[in-house]
Design a protein around this ligand. Structure first.
Ligand code: SF4
Length: 198
């Protein structure tokens, strides 16, 4: 039976973007096809996504049901969930009554049927395969410009780069100025880090 390498499954609140503050069951997939570092991407990836356990779709559903029966949104994240999420898993979660949000770096074209797509580009525009999304979120640090993204979306967010659980004042101020100068974009700060939750 098909299995998926999962790093962790937990119940929390969405801390970023248009769905900030809403409850979600988070499924973090192991592995990523990128290695984001300050030198190459302007920030260090602070997510541990290498370790993991193999779950079938049924086992994922059992974990979700054990966490709560009170939440119908599942957030597929990573790592890069697009490396593993497929039609079979989407159908199994939909049949169980869940709506599906995904957070992707955009380098993999996603299967049909997802209910909310967040593209957070970490590569040059030419390497982006997922060109349609509900929202685009770009992590910026001091001195970085807003990209001319080709991804079509309803919401565009600038997200100040964190160092651990802190955001540097200069970076935050730079991002505020970027939003003032680029009205299509809005500010999204990683609120879960202030709330002390995952
Ligand atoms: S794409 Fe996301 S998960 Fe992958 S290394 Fe970069 S920040 Fe980390």
């Amino acid at each position: 039976m098909k299995s998926y390498r999962i790093n962790e499954i937990f119940f929390s609140l969405q801390g970023e973007g248009a769905r900030t503050g809403s409850a979600g069951l988070f499924v973090r997939f192991s592995r990523c096809n990128l290695t984001c570092r300050v030198e190459t991407h302007g920030f260090d990836c602070d997510t541990e996504f290498e370790s993991g356990t193999d779950f079938t779709a049924e086992e994922i559903l059992a974990e979700l049901r054990a966490l709560t029966s009170n939440c119908d949104w599942v957030v597929l994240t990573g790592g890069e969930p697009g490396l593993q999420v497929d039609t079979e898993l989407i159908e199994a979660l939909h049949e169980a009554g869940y709506k599906l949000a995904i957070e992707t770096n955009g380098t993999v074209e996603l299967p049909e049927g997802l209910d909310w797509i967040t593209v957070s580009p970490k590569v040059a525009e030419e390497a982006i395969r997922q060109r349609q999304a509900d929202e685009v979120k770009v992590v910026c640090r001091h001195g970085q410009a807003v990209p001319e993204t080709m991804v079509e979306a309803d919401h565009y967010w600038i997200s100040p780069a964190f160092e651990g659980d802190r955001v540097d004042d200069r970076t935050l101020d730079w991002c505020i100025q970027l939003v003032k100068q680029n009205p299509r974009w809005r500010l999204s700060v990683q609120m879960h880090k202030f709330w002390g939750i995952r």
